[in-house]
Design a protein. Structure first.
Lengths: 240, 262
């Protein structure tokens, strides 16, 4: 750990409890709302702890730009953006290296479940706006995106949810929050498909030993279950 | 007398006593209530005795749902009727579209689908000479109630006006609803839509692409009712609810006959 860590974040775990009072394998509180944007084909708003994301789907519609057209299947066009007021520093609007990368990995995480071949030569626009960032924005965005896609009536083989496993004070923990992400050692976002628990996204910032990695994977598999339940409950609630 | 109607058309079950009829009725009601909402990735059945129908896919023994919709099990075919999503053009469907472009021998019609439909010269009931001015028949901005003739995999859609019901629409009002909800608006054998037509006295044309054309004195009530059907489409017993809603609405504004007298 670097020397510029504030005193209150030097011990992130005390008596097996984290700074926000959670256990090591406990998710932050999840809240999902469906159909928040009436003009979109499908939309979802999600809160995981202090991270807040708005996801909107437009389409399937005419592919634009035309030169990106695929005559065999639809093209998923993902735009991830942190809104200027989402962090304590102002985020410069417009695409950046980071947002381009996250848009790309999010697209890959979702493409494998969407039945894109049912809409040849069309485009599906997915907009992910981070309203408030407090670690795990890409994981939260993916969880919101698959709810919005389901709400838009786009055929999918299953839902996709994501969470992060991290290492803080040499211990593995689920779903890191802001300080844990900033002053912890490792952060590993994982996305999985609801039906077969196949992994569609796995990135790692920091390092894990082989054993730690294996434990982290099994922890993710366990932690992601409640997220799927929350997604399903939100979609069912919308139609009640 | 009414109990006769309840007996389903099952062969070999013609001699039923009253008790059986009662249980049948209960069964039907149960089925109506258990209109189950399924989500993408939900396991529908785990057996090879069923066929995977629309909105589902099979993996090994299991049949999964592919879309958000209502589960339907008909003669061992499991299918899911979507609750949302875009319109997929099918031949013999009726659509409402707007003429957007006039070519040398055809019209292009936009009907809320990524690809515009083509109405060829041969799709018009009148004989048109080669090189004639096509704007004499349909011009830009005209609304057409047309039938889909053919759909290719590449997304080329041909429509035709050579159908009894096909026509050009004048005046009136267009309402957009979610395309998967159109069957519910029409109802079983057209019960829902004819009810709205009869009670409001409006002329209504329903396009399968989710566009509905309404014309008449009670346009506002008809519009509200159609929006109501869209909102409550996944609920059972909708025809009665809408019937009551229409009666209430008519009471407030007075029946069409009374209005004419004034």
């Amino acid at each position: 750990m670097g020397s510029n860590v504030p005193e209150k974040y030097k011990t992130l775990i005390k008596d097996d409890k984290r700074i926000d009072g959670r256990k090591l394998d406990e998710l932050r509180p999840v809240k999902i709302e469906v159909g928040v944007i009436p003009s979109a084909s499908g939309s979802a708003y999600i809160e995981i702890g202090n991270t807040k994301v708005l996801a909107a789907v437009h389409g399937p519609k005419e592919m634009f730009p035309r030169h990106m057209i695929d005559e065999d299947k639809a093209v998923l066009n993902v735009r991830y953006a942190m809104l200027p007021f989402s962090t304590s520093d102002r985020v410069r609007p417009g695409p950046s290296r980071r947002s381009n990368e996250i848009s790309k990995v999010t697209r890959h995480a979702l493409e494998s479940v969407i039945c894109l071949e049912e809409y040849p030569a069309m485009g599906i626009d997915l907009t992910l706006d981070i309203i408030q960032a407090d670690a795990g924005t890409r994981a939260t965005a993916i969880t919101a995106a698959s709810v919005a896609l389901a709400h838009a009536g786009i055929p999918m083989k299953g839902l996709v949810a994501a969470t992060a496993i991290g290492k803080i004070n040499d211990k593995l923990a689920v779903d890191l929050n802001g300080p844990e992400d900033n002053f912890g050692q490792t952060d590993m976002p994982i996305a999985m498909i609801s039906t077969n628990k196949n992994i569609t996204l796995l990135q790692m910032d920091g390092d894990f030993s082989k054993e730690e990695f294996k434990t982290a994977l099994s922890m993710a598999k366990k932690a992601i279950g409640p997220l799927f339940e929350a997604q399903k409950a939100a979609l069912r609630k919308y139609y009640e | 007398m009414t109990s006769v109607k309840i007996i389903p058309k099952n062969d070999g079950k013609t001699n039923k006593d009253t008790e059986n009829i009662k249980t049948d009725k209960a069964d039907i009601q149960n089925k109506k209530q258990s209109k189950k909402i399924v989500l993408p990735g939900d396991i529908l059945v785990e057996s090879i005795d069923f066929l995977a129908g629309y909105g589902t896919y099979r993996e090994g023994k299991k049949i999964y749902s592919k879309v958000l919709g209502l589960l339907r099990d008909k003669e061992h075919v499991i299918s899911v009727i979507p609750l949302a999503g875009p319109y997929t053009p099918r031949p013999r469907d009726f659509i409402i579209g707007e003429v957007t472009y006039i070519g040398y021998s055809n019209w292009k019609v936009n009907f809320g689908y990524p690809n515009d439909a083509t109405l060829p010269m041969s799709g018009v009931p009148e004989f048109i000479e080669n090189g004639a001015d096509l704007t004499r028949y349909y011009k830009r901005g005209d609304l057409l109630f047309a039938a889909i003739d053919s759909v290719t995999k590449g997304g080329i859609i041909q429509i035709t006006m050579k159908d009894k019901r096909a026509r050009k629409l004048f005046n009136g009002k267009i309402i957009n609803i979610s395309p998967p909800k159109v069957p519910r608006l029409i109802g079983k054998e057209g019960t829902m839509i004819s009810q709205i037509k009869n009670k409001t006295g409006c002329i209504i044309n329903v396009g399968q692409n989710g566009r509905i054309w309404v014309k008449g004195d009670n346009e506002a009530l008809a519009t509200r009712t159609i929006k109501m059907v869209e909102k409550l489409s996944h609920k059972s017993g909708l025809t009665e609810t809408i019937s009551r809603y229409l009666d209430d609405g008519l009471k407030k504004i007075g029946t069409p006959e009374k209005k004419e007298k004034k």
